[in-house]
Ligand binder design. Structure first.
Ligand code: CA
Length: 365
């Protein structure tokens, strides 16, 4: 009996193996034969710029794969079809179907858009994703963009940025006085109120400005992007943490009429491809910032420094005043601010005993 059982067992295995060999990859598509689409995406980044510039490319690739090539999206760098600062209008007016950039570039048109990228001392990447997707943030964002015929989606995140590059050490608030720093937006306003002098420059002009002494300090993103620009060659001290951009969210904007003209499955694919691109960017920064930081400190002898608590507390106090002034008189910005702050207060209570407590625990001696 035992011998028969073994024999049957062997036969079963042989049959299973030959069945397995027959399984070949299916290269057909469910949707073969449908209408095909050719769309364009304009971006605020140089073509193929590491990290920031890759979200559009990734989004395009996901849509291509998920539609089996029926929808092709051509991604343009800044200035190729429209200038970086023309992305919002081009997509709003329907000249282009899609855009990728950062919502806080459009605060001149939509004040509340500041909150959907980052605010000083605000939410981290993980918290931003929580607020946008489970805390009502995305609904507010869509409402804010509705008058412009735009549908926004989260399309990437840099994580916590660095405070920036300085050509001297910062040991007190006194040391900030008179420093000329490239630091945009609300953070620039805070820096000015702290006694510094704010200079507005696009990313690709920072290197020369530091080299020629037009600025004494500059912030860009973090080790991965800053190493690419070579700032370590023109500034010695690299400061953390990025109090001004704790989890900058990038955006994918879609012309609403164009989106509504798509079949339902394609509309869903756009939504989920954006979600994938959003996470992908954070994953890439999480992996590459470490490698770049090691290269900066070990190979290029960059002096890594933490901003003194005294300076961080003063900047935080100033930022509260700046935020109140910023939202004043703008109904939508006030609503978004209230939603953001309520979520932040809530999430801080739990993250204090979860993320923070755990990371502190890992550092214990
Ligand atoms: Ca930045």
């Amino acid at each position: 009996m035992k011998r028969y059982a073994v024999l049957i067992g062997v036969l079963v295995v042989m049959v299973s193996c030959s069945e397995a060999e027959k399984v070949v990859a299916d290269d057909t598509c469910l949707s073969n034969g449908g209408k095909s689409y050719k769309w364009n995406m304009v971006t605020t980044w140089p073509k193929n710029f590491p990290g920031l510039g890759m979200a559009g490319e990734n989004f395009s690739q996901y849509v291509d794969e998920m539609t089996c090539g029926q929808m092709k999206i051509k991604v343009y760098g800044a200035g190729e079809l429209v200038p970086a600062m023309g992305v919002f209008d081009a997509v709003s007016q329907g000249n282009v179907q899609l855009g990728h950039g950062a919502s806080y570039y459009w605060t001149g048109k939509v004040k509340s858009s500041q909150f959907f990228t980052a605010i000083p001392f605000g939410l981290t990447a993980q918290e931003m994703n929580g607020w946008l997707h489970y805390g009502g943030g995305l609904e507010l964002w869509q409402e804010a963009y509705e008058p412009f015929n735009l549908v926004p989606l989260a399309g990437g995140n840099t994580g916590v940025q660095m405070a920036g590059w300085f050509n001297k050490e910062i040991n007190s608030m006194e040391d900030l006085k008179g420093i000329k720093m490239r630091i945009p937006g609300l953070a620039g306003e805070i820096f000015t109120r702290a006694g510094g002098e704010t200079v507005q420059l696009p990313g690709n002009e920072i290197f020369l400005a530091l080299q020629q002494g037009v600025v004494d300090a500059a912030e860009w993103v973090g080790p991965y992007n800053d190493l690419t620009f070579g700032f370590h060659q023109v500034a010695k001290y690299y400061y953390y943490p990025g109090w001004h951009e704790p989890g900058s969210t990038l955006e994918i904007i879609i012309n609403k009429d164009a989106l509504m003209s798509l079949p339902k499955d394609l509309q869903a694919i756009m939504k989920y491809a954006a979600k994938a691109a959003n996470q992908e960017m954070l994953d890439e920064y999480t992996a590459r910032n470490n490698q770049a930081l090691t290269e900066l400190t070990e190979k290029h002898d960059v002096k890594l420094r933490k901003l003194p608590d005294e300076v961080l507390i003063a900047l935080r106090d100033i930022s509260e005043d700046v935020m109140i002034d910023f939202i004043e008189g703008d109904e939508m910005a006030t609503r978004v601010y209230n939603s953001y702050v309520a979520f932040k207060d809530q999430v801080i209570s739990y993250h204090r005993i979860s993320e923070k407590a755990y990371i502190d625990t890992r550092e214990l001696d």
